[in-house]
Ligand binder design. Sequence first.
Ligand code: GLU
Ligand code: ZN
Length: 300
Amino acid sequence: MSIGRFAPSPTGPLHFGSLVAAVASYCDARQRGGQWLLRMEDVDTTRSIKGASDDILRTLTRYGFVWDGEVVYQSQRSVLYQQVLDQLRDKQMVYACTCSRKEIADSSILQGIEGAIYPGTCRAQAAQVNTPAAWRLKTRDAEIRFDDVIQGHQQHHLSTAVGDFVLKRADGVFSYQLAVVVDDALQGVTHVLRGADLLNSTTRQIHLQQLLGYATPVYAHIPLVINSDGQKLSKQTLAQALPADNIKATLIAALAFLQQPLPENMHLFSLNDIWQWAISHWQLPLNTQAKCAINGKMAT
Ligand code: GLU
Ligand code: ZN
């Protein structure tokens, strides 16, 4: 049984970029005859916006998505994440870190793929007691590789590209990396299709899967939708919420962005027929060189 998923963060309404990720994972899962799960990535409750989850579910329904089973909310799964963290602690694969942001900035000399690398100060010494501590994973001195269906071969030497990364923050919030690995494994996800902004996270996730004895899903990272200023569409760049009307045209625009073959008269199809066509004709990989900047306004 193949299982795909869509995992939006409820930090605002769905925008065209998130629709593209949802459409890709949906067509891929349905074409395999597999399940498609929905997971709200609200693990960082400090970033969640009230009402955003319900708004996302309403929008997905309006666009004709049908998900399998109950929606999973990460905010309700802290016990599971803590169990996995405890497991790693018992195996001495994690350590408590009480460094402040400033201490880290002052002491890191190496730059990794996502900024300064934590120099490992607390790895060698016991953390200060009575100070709230983050939990970091001891990264191994080894290469992590995988073949992405769209982006091709990827590899990182985790200790020099990323360093010992945080699994639980000092304020008690579990990290995206830990939560996504636990959830993908517990939900039996076999195929992950998501935005290319997460390509660099994947080697960290594979490393965690290996430490925990989890299977590694197939990964396909979709080219990012950028606005006319060349920025990724996101809540930060004020991407517009998906329109409530013009649903068919917006869905067709998402399929066109995904370089899918489309019949000329598709706008005359019913919503249901658009989905049927899209699912039966779904094909990967995509050309990552194609320049298909979508003006943030085009989809409205
Ligand atoms: N929650 C992430 C986002 O909205 C997606 C995470 C994932 O698909 O692994 O960008
Ligand atoms: Zn530290």
